[in-house]
Write a protein that binds this ligand. Structure first.
Ligand code: NAD
Length: 312
């Protein structure tokens, strides 16, 4: 039997650090090669092999895959929603070309499995906002959402046309304390914890009643690994699965934090990110992920708040 050798691209990002550490626990430290454009993240140092890699350089990526006998790739490098709006053409170029490089090498080298995350940003103002279904109107208005939607179509295409076993999740906003967020519209839900602990107050860049789907990082890491471990016959969706856990507004998370930090106060100064959030779902119907491969979240707002405040 062929041994699993995993390459994580974008390993120093908000998800990458935690996913790399989780994969190393499962597959063995030396079998998970971490890579990123940036310098190795402090939390990864000493935990396993690391290489500097620009995923846009297809030849280098191809050589790396062959040299290290890679069998699976987790592609996490991307330009996120808020950053993408500042330079749309760059976001499109990086988000699309990185995925095409990986999918094409997977096809050429007959790799076992590929993971690439999509996002709730694929939905737009014409999608139903409450309990947004798996299959519905998809008309994204941000360049990030457009690139994720196009990416989903490419994933399904490479699966149907060439048999590449690529799997994907539409992550909601992810909340974590280990590594910093990378420029998304849901970053407020991380900043709020740091500001609450350090200064007892927070000014939100989204309005008080902006509901967005969210998830605590341990659930997101578990969902990713469970999807990748599931038998291929259970993966009916080859674009990307809706994935949900909780939904709250800045006012609600503020009230939850106030239970632990009584003097905590909030103000609201919506900026350009408000418009992005307004086009996204309030909550997600993830019943297909639950039915197909058994997805079930563990953390709600109360449990996440306790854990975040304990750890940051
Ligand atoms: P991040 O910005 O924190 O990390 C991305 C990493 O990719 C960074 O370390 C960056 O240095 C690296 N990178 C960028 N360009 C690269 C290149 N050319 N070559 C190699 N590495 C490069 O992002 P994240 O939050 O960890 O997100 C990872 C994935 O999950 C992305 O596809 C993102 O769209 C998706 N996602 C994230 C969230 C969230 O809330 N964090 C929600 C939905 C989807």
């Amino acid at each position: 039997m062929k041994k699993d050798k995993i390459l994580v691209i974008g390993a120093c990002g908000q998800i990458g650090v935690e996913l790399t550490l989780a994969l190393r626990k499962m597959y063995g430290d030396t079998n998970v090669l971490a890579s990123d454009l940036r310098e190795e993240h402090d939390l990864l140092k000493g935990t396993g092999p690391y290489v500097s890699l620009d995923v846009m350089n297809k030849e280098m990526l191809h050589v790396l895959v062959i040299r290290h006998n890679i069998t699976q790739i987790y592609l996490l490098a991307a330009i996120l929603s808020a950053t993408g709006e500042k330079n749309p053409l760059l976001a499109w170029h990086i988000n699309m070309q990185s995925l095409l490089n990986v999918l094409d090498i997977a096809k050429e080298e007959n790799l076992d499995k590929i993971y690439w995350p999509s996002s709730i940003a694929v939905f737009g103002p014409n999608s139903p906002a409450q309990e947004t279904p798996q299959h519905t109107v998809i008309e994204p208005t941000t360049i990030y959402g457009i690139s994720k939607f196009a990416g989903e179509r490419w994933c399904e295409y490479y699966n149907h046309r060439f048999g590449v076993d690529v799997r994907s999740l539409r992550y909601p906003g992810l909340i974590s304390y280990k590594s910093a967020p990378g420029g998304g519209t849901t970053d407020y839900a991380i900043e709020i914890f740091h500001e609450a602990k350090e200064h007892g107050k927070y000014t939100s860049f989204l309005s008080e009643d902006t509901y967005l789907p969210m998830m605590y990082m341990p659930d997101a890491i578990r969902a990713t690994i469970e999807l990748m471990e599931a038998d291929a016959s259970k993966i009916a969706v080859r674009s990307a699965y809706n994935l949900g856990a909780m939904s709250f507004s800045p006012k609600e998370i503020g009230a939850e934090i106030k239970k632990h930090i009584p003097g905590f106060t909030m103000a609201y100064e919506p900026d350009y990110r408000q418009q992005i959030a307004d086009g996204w779902p309030n909550s997600i119907d993830d019943s297909q992920a639950r039915n197909d491969w058994g997805w079930k979240p563990e953390f709600d707002l109360a449990a996440m708040t306790v854990d975040m405040l304990k750890n940051i």
